[in-house]
Design a protein around this ligand. Structure first.
Ligand code: ADP
Length: 221
């Protein structure tokens, strides 16, 4: 079963061709890195795969759903169900506890407040932060903040996790912890795609997607 199917996707910003006729399939259970020089189209690819942006042409299917036929609200619902995101900047709300940061990620899940908080606590436990529920971001290390962001991304149990430079703001030890967390989630069945400039992160993934000048090629180690 393919969690992601990208067919003939191009994305242009005026005269800039960020993606050129890209075909890419990611199967359920894969862990792939997305590598390539700055400006090659990696973030554009991730944004389009994550349905945060629409292609200029071509089709994107997430878990078999053609996203081009969905309205913005249907797209939000699809994202909430299927996709979790992790970014280089952790994007945590500074005034909120770890628990609230994760629980707020479930606001559109249809769960009650109590259920959201229970799920959030379970997700924080999964990332090894079960003893930091009441901590605010400034009371946590960078690695811990990123783990809160990962907990938020997986609290709704999406099958697909998309990460844009998740270790880019971390020292090597914290980066290794986040990668070990990703491996654990992947072993539990979550499909993961990670944009990275870090060759160790790239090599830790069984498959690499190389992006260059908006073109994509895949290699398996
Ligand atoms: P990468 O993630 O590999 O650094 P990007 O996907 O961010 O590459 O960018 C690919 C190309 O598209 C670059 O030339 C970039 O300047 C351009 N680009 C990306 N987003 C926009 C945008 N919102 N408006 C205009 N150009 C953009």
């Amino acid at each position: 079963m393919n969690i992601l199917e990208i067919r003939g996707v191009s994305k242009s910003y005026g005269k800039v061709h960020a993606l050129r006729n890209v075909d890419l399939t990611v199967r359920r259970g894969e862990m792939v890195s997305i590598v390539g020089p700055s400006g090659s189209g990696k973030s554009t690819l991730l944004q389009i795969a994550g349905t945060l942006d629409r292609p200029t042409s071509g089709t994107v299917r997430v878990a078999g759903h053609d996203v081009s036929v969905l309205s913005d609200s249907e797209l939000s619902a699809l994202r909430a169900r299927y996709i979790g995101f992790v970014f280089q900047q952790f994007h945590l709300s500074p005034g909120s506890s770890a628990l609230d940061n994760v629980a707020d990620g479930l606001l559109y899940s249809g769960l009650s407040r109590r259920q959201r908080r229970d799920r959030a606590a379970a997700a924080l436990d999964r990332v090894g932060l079960g003893n930091r529920l009441a901590h605010r971001p400034h009371q946590l290390s960078g690695g811990q903040m990123q783990r809160v962001a990962v907990a938020r991304a997986v609290a709704g149990e999406p099958p697909l996790l998309l990460a844009d430079e998740p270790t880019g703001n971390l020292d090597s030890e914290a980066g290794a912890e986040v990668m070990s967390l990703f491996r654990k989630l992947n072993a539990g069945g979550v499909t993961i795609a990670i944009i990275t400039h870090d060759s160790e992160v790239a090599m830790a993934c069984p498959r690499r997607i190389r992006v260059r000048d908006g073109l994509v090629r895949s290699e398996v180690s």
